[in-house]
Write a protein that binds this ligand. Structure first.
Ligand code: AMP
Length: 438
């Protein structure tokens, strides 16, 4: 930050602080292990349950989202457009499901044994109002099951994979919230009933809800405004309006969850930000202070999304874990994973000849699988020893002109300060031996 400030002062006379874009964050080296842990667990769970990895581009044609998320906030208000000279508008993908369905159709993935279980990890972009746990660039690990009938067993399997991933990351007090938003038919009947109910209370609801009442009645259930809470609590619930088939579907999902011993809470107010969902919708929370309001994972069934891309029905269900929220939760929790304890050596040189030799010794250590760090740019012994201390190296390897000439090296135990000399030829052997001792 300092350097950037100084440079800018010089060139323009003004103080400018360059910062990451609003709602977007750097993941610094000290937290990389945490992110690595989340990615590793996701890959592990995906492998165990038979999900195949897929990566789609970060940029997609805006049209895909405009078709599949028409009228939703995510698509109408939160997309980042990127101008493309030839192909019209591209956007930074706001979510992973529609691109995966696009890839499934485009690449004829229906020819592989179905249903196809796919898994992805990557950044998503939504122009939201940034706040704790809500960012404009965030990362998801997601699971999708595409190409089976609308079979409720897959709903249970998606919830299972999402739940197990959070559980394997040692997140405590997990709660699954689940609802069914029915099919086009029962939803329509329910929406009318909901609209009628809210119309009778129009003067008691917030401005946003008055707008939702006309355009997106289901989103009335999503309102967090306290003013609307009493009205919402008495609103008709969709589970009472489900048609026979949707009712049976939802009952089966719950039975499968029972079979898996996954407990859940029915939440009749649960709807999703994208309108392509039908039947099962779910969110997973952790009842941990400060995090209990933020869904760690969410998803649902989307049997009609494919029709918006290719006019053909391909039933599917998916869910995604919010990796940023999981990382924040782990960082603040008492069960946070610790960075792996790695043993390092620090190479110290005194003089030009030793510096040159140090370069090839560094290579030799790497080839032998010994993690080495150095500060070749510093010349004084004192400052290099200081750097070695900071790096928390287990041993320092010290090389001066005399050592280069005699083909020996000093090995210093950074904890006890004890030093010994070994022939360079035996450096690797000696280092390995000393690292094994306490
Ligand atoms: P969605 O694609 O909206 O179903 O979101 C799936 C998961 O991604 C959510 O349960 C959150 O954990 C996470 N998520 C969604 N939006 C954001 C955001 N703006 N910032 C951080 N995480 C998010």
């Amino acid at each position: 930050m300092e350097t950037i400030k100084r440079q800018n002062k010089k060139s323009s006379g003004k103080k400018i602080f360059f910062q990451s874009p609003k709602g977007m964050r750097d993941i610094l080296p000290e937290y990389q292990f945490l992110w690595e842990k989340i990615r590793d667990e996701a890959v592990k769970i995906a492998g165990e349950y038979g999900y195949l990895r897929i990566d789609t581009p970060i940029l997609e044609s805006a049209d895909i989202f405009e078709r599949t998320g028409e009228g939703t906030d995510i698509v109408e208000k939160q997309m980042y457009f990127v101008k493309d000279k030839k192909d019209g508008s591209l956007v930074l993908r706001p979510e992973g499901t529609a691109p995966i369905m696009r890839a499934y159709i485009q690449n004829g993935l229906n020819k592989i044994a179905q249903p196809l279980k796919l898994f992805y990890i990557g950044p998503m972009f939504r122009h939201e109002s940034p706040q704790s746990g809500r960012y404009r660039q965030f990362h998801q690990a997601g699971f999708e099951i595409i190409g089976a009938d609308s079979d409720p067993i897959y709903d249970a399997q998606i919830i299972l994979a999402s739940f197990r991933l959070l559980e394997e990351l040692k997140i405590k007090n997990l709660v699954i919230q689940i609802n069914s938003i029915g099919c086009k038919h029962c939803r329509l009947a329910y929406q009318r009933k909901l609209q009628q109910y809210y119309k009778n209370h129009q003067n008691k609801i917030c401005k946003d809800c008055r707008a939702r009442l006309q355009s997106r009645p289901l989103r009335l259930l999503d309102c967090k405004d306290e003013k609307c809470a009493p009205i919402k609590s008495r609103a008709p619930i969709i589970l009472d309006q489900l048609c026979g088939q949707c009712k049976k579907h939802f009952k089966n999902v719950l039975e499968y969850l029972d079979e898996l011993s996954l407990s859940y809470n029915l939440n009749p107010h649960l709807v999703r930000g994208l309108d392509y969902y039908n039947r099962t919708v779910f969110e997973i929370f952790s009842n941990t202070p400060q995090f209990s309001e933020l869904a760690l994972a969410s998803g649902g069934r989307y049997d009609h999304l494919s029709e918006m891309i290719s006019h053909k029905q391909i039933c599917a269900i998916g869910g995604a874990i919010g990796m940023d929220r999981v990382a924040e939760l782990l960082k603040s929790s008492d069960i946070k994973p610790l960075p792996p304890k790695e043993q390092k050596v620090f190479l110290i040189h005194i003089g030009d000849e030793a510096k040159k030799k140090g370069l090839s010794l560094f290579e030799e250590l790497r080839r032998a699988g010994i993690k080495a760090v150095e500060s070749f740019g510093r010349e004084s012994l004192k400052s290099q020893l200081k750097a070695a201390d900071k790096s928390r190296a287990r041993l320092s390897l010290i090389l001066g002109q005399k050592e280069v000439f005699e083909e020996i090296i000093i090995i210093r135990d950074m904890k006890s300060g004890a030093q010994e000399t070994a022939p360079i030829k035996k450096m690797v052997e000696e280092v390995k031996k000393m690292m094994k001792t306490q």
